[in-house]
Design a protein around this ligand. Structure first.
Ligand code: 5AD
Ligand code: SF4
Length: 473
């Protein structure tokens, strides 16, 4: 419902009575999706509010990747339950991966939920919201073959105004045996490059300086006119000849937007080819950073995980990255305690880390996810104690490598894009260098959006500390 605020004399201001609030959990894809949802809601007269108590609609964009993520979300749901007692017309909705995984069960198990919408069904939100006004259940968890939300301009309600995510693929076809994503986000499809460029254009007009091309598996990007990646075989000759792969898309974006910093995530070792590396080498505006999950250093475990590469192939790719892009930052995801992982397998993971010497990484204990092949066929047989000990060893080793790699920056210059105020002090800015390492500097007269050259004086295992020598642009 929209009403005109009569108290404002010369200016007629439209105020919406419908306020919404979105809380996002999990991967960057979920945060990007929340911005698409925001855009759909604002089109039908909703206004974003930071104040959860003033909302008439609260949406939780959820993550199912590990059991702990789901537990955190369930706790949040019970904690917002009390708001319904104060405001009986408040509606609460669950979006994203948990919505997809639990479907109708959500409405019946979690009594406070009014709305359940899977990641491919956000366009249906206006209809679903009408349904709940009539007191009906509102569930849509249909997965799509071609939905990429290409034409929807995300409402960047959570943004720092400098750096933005631009999604280029949705879904995943890899079927790693531990992973729930192919079930919750469906099959892989790519977004029309024209709509990607349109979105970047709007970001440019709004003063943004950096974009991160986003997908579960960006290197597998393939535009041949729309449809699932797996159906590319059925494409006609013209479609095959004119198809655009990830290296070509990167090249296009880098050429069209030479002033933009370009990042991408996530890469999968089996799909990242030399053409991507040489494209990165060609364009100085593509950041030298590759997030390359490995999950395990043991061939036995990689096979059981259905990863499409061996330890040797992964190390070969790393050596190509180091050869072609000597200054490239490299980060990882590792899972420890996968079913049947022995001490030897664990030591293989540690030795792979020694060979790569990553700058940083995300490290997890294996969490069994219902419905995955690992859950159906393998016993979660590594005890919590062993998982925790192995995880600590992996984290300790990563800490040493990160600290050493970051200390190599000391007394050297590095270029950063200032993004925002440092969390630790209002007197400092922070921004990342192209290797994706956080750098903190005194504010002086610099501003967010400035590219500055920093002399690094000190470091921790996660952050470089220095001062700006000069503004570059
Ligand atoms: N248990 C633990 N970690 C997982 N990941 C994905 N599924 C699981 C799981 N079942 C991790 C992987 C992936 C990252 C996004 O989350 O390392 O790369
Ligand atoms: Fe999950 Fe593997 Fe796809 Fe990543 S590549 S989303 S881990 S199935």
């Amino acid at each position: 419902m929209i009403l005109v605020d009569a108290k404002l004399s010369n200016e007629t201001k439209i105020k919406s009575l419908k306020k919404y609030h979105i809380i996002s959990y999990g991967c960057q894809m979920n945060f990007a999706d929340s911005e698409i949802v925001a855009s759909i809601l604002e089109n039908i007269g909703y206004d974003y509010t930071d104040d959860i108590e003033k909302s008439s609609l609260i949406l939780l964009n959820t993550c199912s990747i590990r059991e702990k993520a789901e537990q955190t979300i369930r706790k949040k749901l019970s904690s917002i339950n009390f708001l319904k007692k104060k405001n009986s017309s408040l509606k609460i909705g669950v979006l994203g991966c948990m919505a997809e995984r639990l479907k109708e069960k959500f409405l019946h198990e979690e009594k406070i939920v009014d709305l359940v919408v899977g990641p491919d069904a956000y366009r249906d939100l206006p209809n679903l919201l009408k349904e709940i006004e009539f007191g009906n259940d509102a569930v849509n968890v249909l997965l799509s073959k071609d939905e990429t939300y290409a034409d929807i301009n995300p409402q960047r309600f959570n943004s720092n105004g400098i750096s933005a995510f631009v999604s280029i693929t949705r879904g995943c076809d890899n079927m790693c045996t531990f992973c729930v994503v192919p079930f919750t986000r469906g099959r892989e499809r790519s977004r029309d490059p024209k709509s990607i460029l349109n979105e970047i254009n709007k970001l440019k007009e709004n003063g943004y300086k950096e974009i991160t091309l986003l997908g579960q598996n960006v290197d597998s990007y393939l535009w041949y006119g729309g449809g699932l990646k797996k159906d590319f075989k059925k494409a006609n000759n013209i479609q095959k000849r004119t198809a655009i792969n990830f290296a070509k898309l990167l090249d296009l974006v880098a050429k069209c937007y030479p002033d933009f910093r370009i990042r991408f995530t996530t890469s999968n070792p089996q799909d990242m080819d030399i053409e991507v590396l040489t494209t990165m080498q060609t364009h100085s505006n593509i950041c030298n950073h590759i997030h390359l999950p490995v999950q395990s250093g043991s061939n036995k475990i990689l096979k059981a995980m259905n990863r499409q590469h061996t330890r040797e192939e992964y190390l070969n790719l790393i050596s190509n990255i180091k050869k072609i892009l000597p200054n490239c930052g490299i980060s990882h995801d590792i899972i420890t305690g996968f079913p049947n992982e022995t001490e030897k397998d664990h030591i293989d993971t540690l030795s792979l880390m020694e060979l790569v010497r990553y700058d940083f990484g995300f490290m997890f204990k294996y969490s069994e996810r219902p419905g995955t092949l690992a859950a159906r066929k393998m016993k979660d047989n590594i005890t919590e104690k062993v998982k925790q000990r192995r995880l600590s060893e992996i984290i300790d080793l990563q800490f040493q490598h990160s600290y050493k790699n970051l200390s190599n920056y000391k007394n050297k210059l590095t270029e950063i894009l200032i993004e925002k105020e440092s969390k630790k002090s209002t007197k400092f800015w922070c921004g990342r260098n192209e290797q994706n390492i956080m750098v903190v500097i005194p504010k002086e007269n610099y501003l967010p959006g400035d590219f500055v050259e920093v002399l690094v004086e000190n470091n921790t295992s996660t952050t470089l500390i220095g001062f700006a020598k000069k503004k570059i642009k």
